[in-house]
Ligand binder design. Sequence first.
Ligand SMILES: [Zn+2]
Length: 59
Amino acid sequence: MEEENLIERLRKGEKIICDVCKKHYYDVSYENREISNYFHCEDPNCKGYVHIQKSIIVE
Ligand SMILES: [Zn+2]
């Protein structure tokens, strides 16, 4: 899945341009970014973000 791929790259600290504003990058400056499932755009006025849900299979 595309978003999962993006998250992997963001976790490694890669600068990826926001898909919403196409001007700013997703914020990769936080401490726990390696385990984060959520990254938002650096621009506080932009609503862009990438998020993945951990796939937990409940039977
Ligand atoms: Zn943005």
